[in-house]
Design a protein around this ligand. Structure first.
Ligand code: COA
Length: 383
């Protein structure tokens, strides 16, 4: 039985900061960001947009086309958790009017957890092929102001359904994976920004990639030539390029662009979307490449701390009919640009913790907004 991604949808906030603006404010050569890091803009979520509203907005187009009927399980992957106890997906359960007979769970392992969700979803569908699982990855990448990580912030969510006989991508059973207890990136519960040993994180990303690929290649018998394209976890686009250069030693710039170029387009403008980043790359590839029907693509998921996994899938005939390309492209081009002052004001807004009643200012969002807080309860509304 073939199992894989049946539908996929991407959402990012309606605001961005141009990295040239950040470079000017920080007194840094903009080419460090544009060329050295490979990022042009970063998505910024206003006070009334959070991981729940982004996730709901990503899933909403799937709901509209009936793809969420018969959903039995919702797996919500994030490392920007809003509650230590309640799964963020339960807020979505009401916003999206999901069936009562639906399991809802939140998963965490830095940027890797959406891939764990995908694997679990495949197991559930293998047991009951008539059912579908909704996987959502949603995150806000946030580092200290003026830190090296600042230019690699961003935000976004990807929602995808896993089913039997999927219309977009069947996932191959083979996988190579690797875990190690390392402190390359983490966020203690009492901090609202991630801590990162940046250079070390890029090294563990590569170490884990090499181990995962080696296992995958041994198990599947495939080599790099068996793939038409590759999608990597994208904390910033240069990282994905460097990763592929490690696997395909001596690859020309032209070939590198051919095999990963289309997958980097959305991330260059949305910034790091943590657990969603690999799937933003996959969406970008499918939306922007020539017809890939029948072709195999390689995927590498990495979450600091760390877990990595290399896996693969085959693009299905007529998959383009299922894509939301126009919606994604319009969303990215219609975002509003922030001034540097607006960016810093939003950064400092913070979530009140006093248990009082707080109505948040209304910014532009998707079909849902985080309206405020009341007695420590988050209030969401449809816009
Ligand atoms: N023009 C072109 N390139 C330039 C440049 C300029 N004017 N100035 C610097 N660069 C290049 C550097 O040579 C370097 O390229 P290289 O990596 O190929 O050597 C790149 O830009 C980054 O510069 P660097 O000085 O290494 O950046 P940094 O010390 O400020 O930090 C990160 C870079 C990625 C470590 C930092 O952004 C970070 O910590 N990010 C968050 C963690 C993360 O995303 N980790 C990824 C794994 S999950």
């Amino acid at each position: 039985m073939n199992i894989g991604i049946d539908q996929i949808s991407f959402y990012t906030s309606q605001y961005f900061l141009d990295l040239r603006t950040l470079a000017e404010a920080r007194g840094i050569d903009p080419n460090k960001y544009i060329i050295g890091i490979g990022q042009s803009k970063m998505g910024i979520s206003p006070p009334d947009e959070d991981i729940v509203t982004m996730a709901a907005s990503a899933a909403f187009p799937l709901k509209q086309r009936g793809a969420l009927d018969n959903i039995e399980t919702l797996l919500f992957a994030t490392e920007s958790g809003i509650d230590q106890s309640k799964a963020a997906g339960l807020f979505l359960h009401s916003l999206l009017d999901l069936p009562e007979r639906c399991r809802v769970v939140e998963l965490k392992q830095a940027c890797y957890s959406a891939t764990a969700a995908l694997r679990m979803a495949m197991g559930l569908v293998a047991m009951r092929p008539q059912n579908k699982v909704l996987v959502i990855a949603s995150d806000i990448a946030r580092y200290k102001l003026k830190s090296p990580g600042e230019s690699t912030q961003g935000c976004g969510a990807v929602a995808f359904t896993i089913s039997a006989d999927p219309r977009i991508l069947t996932i191959d059973p083979e996988a190579g994976f690797y875990s190690a207890d390392v402190m390359d990136f983490w966020r203690p519960n009492y901090l609202s920004e991630a801590l990162v040993d940046g250079k070390f994180s890029t090294l563990t990303y590569i170490k884990s990639l090499k181990a995962s690929w080696k296992q995958y290649a041994e198990e599947s018998g495939r080599s790099l030539e068996d793939f038409s394209r590759f999608c990597y976890h994208i904390p910033f686009t240069r990282m994905a390029a460097k990763a592929h250069q490690k696997l395909a030693r001596g690859i020309s710039e032209e070939n590198l662009e051919r095999v990963i170029g289309e997958s980097l387009l959305y991330s260059r403008d949305a910034g790091n979307c943590y657990s969603a980043a690999l799937y933003v790359g996959l969406t970008s590839l499918l939306d922007n490449a020539e017809d890939l029907s029948g072709q195999r693509i390689g995927l590498y998921s990495y979450g600091s701390g760390c877990v990595g996994e290399f896996f693969s899938g085959v693009v299905q005939p007529n998959y383009r009919k299922s894509l939301l390309t126009k919606l994604h492209q319009t969303m990215l081009t219609e975002r509003a640009e922030l001034t540097f002052q607006q960016y810093e004001d939003i950064y400092h807004y913070g979530t009140p913790t006093d248990g009082g009643t707080h109505d948040f200012p209304q910014y532009r969002t998707g079909p849902f907004r985080f309206a405020g807080l009341q007695s420590h309860k988050r209030i969401y509304e449809k816009t």
